[in-house]
Design a protein around this ligand. Structure first.
Ligand code: GSH
Length: 122
């Protein structure tokens, strides 16, 4: 049963049926750098996380992921520093100074505002 559920999740994997935003090489380098200032706390079978991963894939931004089911340290960090155990949660900033953004819709809005060209925001 778990296997079938996993298969269903894989069918909506970000890499499927999404046209990625294309940028010039310089713009992509800048987007890659900016994306590395972010961390998405998630787990694989969470549908809200999947929505955010798809948005990131569409925007062509390689946000580092931390899976709270696979990595107990990630779960601990999320709870102790973010304040809630809910995923998805986007950490914005560097190690010492950052902001924890919960709610998939708010995360997607943030990513669109920051990374989508103005005319491309869905
Ligand atoms: N409204 C939230 C729902 C997120 C949500 O329900 N996430 C589940 C996983 S699919 C979760 O983390 N549940 C544990 C909890 O909230 O403590 C969103 O859109 O991000």
């Amino acid at each position: 049963m778990h296997f079938l559920f996993q298969k269903a999740i894989d069918l909506v994997h970000p890499a499927r049926s999404v046209t990625q935003l294309q940028r010039s090489a310089d713009e992509q380098r800048a987007a890659d750098r900016a994306a590395h200032q972010l961390t998405l706390y998630h787990f694989r079978t969470c549908p809200y996380c999947n929505r955010v991963r798809r948005a990131a894939h569409r925007l062509n931004i390689p946000i580092p992921l931390r899976d709270i089911h696979a990595e107990s340290a990630a779960y601990q960090t999320l709870v102790t520093e973010g304040g809630r155990q809910t995923v998805p949660c986007l950490y914005i900033g560097d190690r010492s100074n950052g902001k924890w953004l919960y709610e998939s819709a708010d995360i997607i809005d943030y990513l669109n505002q920051r990374f989508a060209p103005a005319q491309d925001t869905p």
